[in-house]
Design a protein around this ligand. Structure first.
Ligand code: ATP
Ligand code: MG
Ligand code: MG
Ligand code: MG
Length: 479
């Protein structure tokens, strides 16, 4: 089944269950001080759960453009390395605003997956919230009892607060959730491990596809939970992952969502997909990132040096760098992928069609300017290497190259390792810390593409979901 049909069947199914089908809201948020990008299907409906907006349609369904590259949900470092986390992806969802609750949400999800999409029940596992003492919450027996009518009880797994209790933030609506996971291993692979009585949901080939959130609490400022006046349902299913399952492949990149883009990268760069892991990662990164960048520009977000524009610039530069390093590209080429992307997705997302020329031009210009930076940096690095005695390059010099010329540090490290040289990392970190302190003082404008936000850093320095204040970590290519 083609991805277009898969999306349509989802929407048709919920339309038949009396849901109003709405188009995707923008992926780039303009008026939300806590969030730069829509990172889940529920974001456009936040106010309904909070009771800040009157509900018109109690049942809604859609496919929402999401981006997870910063703040609480940051999947950037997984992208390309694994085959099921993207920066930009579609989240299929159905909502009940004070209407149906657990029973319908679970039964309909099951009906859609097993009867409409005809996924083999033996491949499915579900998780149920195990409870949390600190919140006075017990095991979600209600969800369990609904599930056990549908699936063998040994396929119902207990999930902890991290995975199975969904919260919008430190305060606000929240509730237990139930996730559906699909075992995409081949029959032979399963046979090898069968008999070990294992259900390992952390296995890389047991992939989470759908999260059903039962919103019934409000987290108050003092941390206590109170019951919401109404109960809501918020579900999110990864569209590309669903396509992977239904098209019987083991990677999102082997579905018709990505194949045309990958083919185009192969043609343009002269590299083959599926022969070498490093090249494959680069091709996946580029095929993924072009979508994020194109959709952001279509939403009106141009690459820039601050805020959301900076995040977009960084994603694009990351793609350029992977091309430069692993596919040997020296000319702009990512802009050429916009045509095939538009062909693939422009029917459901017409903004790609109407903005195609702008998207193409902006990406080309960005690629050009970053490639100039890289060229200049290579010459300078060469000079540094020539002036280095021994095999260790000064961290201070490398920092200068990065800080003043915008040359990515991981590229420096890579080039040095190819020349059997090393970088004085301690010295580099010291310089970086100094700079961090300086920029913190000067209210942070980050201008280098390799700085990434680390989810763990959030805990120490939580300043809202997507702010960019000085959370710095070096990304290195793994050789
Ligand atoms: P995972 O554990 O795989 O990172 P998640 O629990 O963070 O997923 P949710 O927030 O529950 O994801 O989002 C709902 C659904 O969206 C997931 O079940 C998954 O199918 C899909 N999804 C989440 N993150 C991504 C991503 N980065 N790329 C593609 N699909 C995603
Ligand atoms: Mg995740
Ligand atoms: Mg998860
Ligand atoms: Mg989840």
């Amino acid at each position: 089944m083609k991805s277009q049909q898969i999306r349509q069947q989802f929407l048709d199914f919920f339309a038949a269950k009396k849901h109003t089908i709405v188009p995707s809201a923008p992926m780039v948020l303009k008026n939300d001080p806590t969030l730069m990008f829509t990172n889940a299907g529920m974001v456009p409906f936040k106010e309904y759960f909070l009771g800040q907006k009157k509900v018109v349609n109690k049942r809604v369904s859609d496919s929402q453009k999401c981006l997870r590259v910063s703040g609480k949900h940051n999947d950037l470092e997984e992208v390309g390395k694994d085959t099921y986390h993207h920066t930009m992806f579609e989240m299929l969802g159905n909502w009940s605003f004070g209407d149906y609750f657990k029973k319908e949400a679970i039964e309909w999800a099951w009906e859609l997956l097993t009867e409409v999409y005809k996924i083999n029940k033996d491949c499915l596992y579900v998780s149920v919230f195990e409870g949390a003492k600190e919140d006075g919450l017990e095991y979600d027996q209600e969800a369990h009892d609904i599930w056990k009518e549908l699936i063998d009880e040994d396929r119902i797994i207990r999930g902890n607060k991290k995975d199975n209790f969904w919260e919008m933030g430190a305060q606000g609506p929240c509730g237990p959730c139930s996730e559906i996971h699909v075992d995409i291993r081949s029959a032979e692979e399963k046979a090898i491990v069968s008999g070990k009585s294992l259900v390992n949901m952390d296995h890389p080939q047991v992939v989470e596809i759908w999260n059903l959130v039962f919103m019934e609490f409000n987290r108050k400022a003092n941390g206590e939970l109170e019951k919401l006046p109404a109960q809501h349902v918020d579900t999110g299913m990864g569209f590309e992952r669903l396509c992977m399952v239904l098209q019987n492949v083991q990677s999102n990149y082997d579905t018709d969502v990505f194949i045309p883009i990958i083919k185009e990268v192969e043609t343009i760069t002269g590299n083959d997909y599926g022969k070498n892991e490093e090249i494959d990662i680069a091709i996946r990164v580029i095929s993924d990132h072009v979508r994020a960048v194109a959709f952001a520009i279509a939403d009106g977000q141009l690459p820039s040096n601050t805020g959301a524009g900076y995040v977009i610039r960084r994603i694009l530069r990351r793609a350029v760098r992977y091309g430069f390093t692993f596919l040997n590209t020296r000319e702009p080429f990512i802009y050429k992928l916009v045509a095939v992307l538009t062909k693939q997705m422009g029917t459901y997302f017409p903004e790609l069609k109407t903005q195609r020329q702008l998207i193409t031009n902006v990406i080309k210009e960005e690629e050009n300017s970053f490639l100039r930076t890289l060229d200049q940096g290579l010459v300078l690095l060469d000079g540094i290497i020539k002036n280095t005695q021994g095999t260790e390059v000064s961290g201070k010099k490398a920092f200068e190259l990065f800080d003043t010329y915008g040359f990515p540090i991981d590229l420096t490290a890579l080039i040095l390792s190819e020349k059997k040289m090393t970088l004085n990392e301690e010295e580099f970190e010291t310089e970086l810390k100094k700079q961090k302190a300086r920029s913190r003082a000067a209210s942070v404008v980050e201008t280098d593409d390799w700085v990434i936000l680390d989810e763990n850093d959030d805990e120490e320095e939580f300043v809202g979901y997507d702010t960019l204040t000085a959370k710095v970590k070096i990304t290195r290519y793994r050789k």
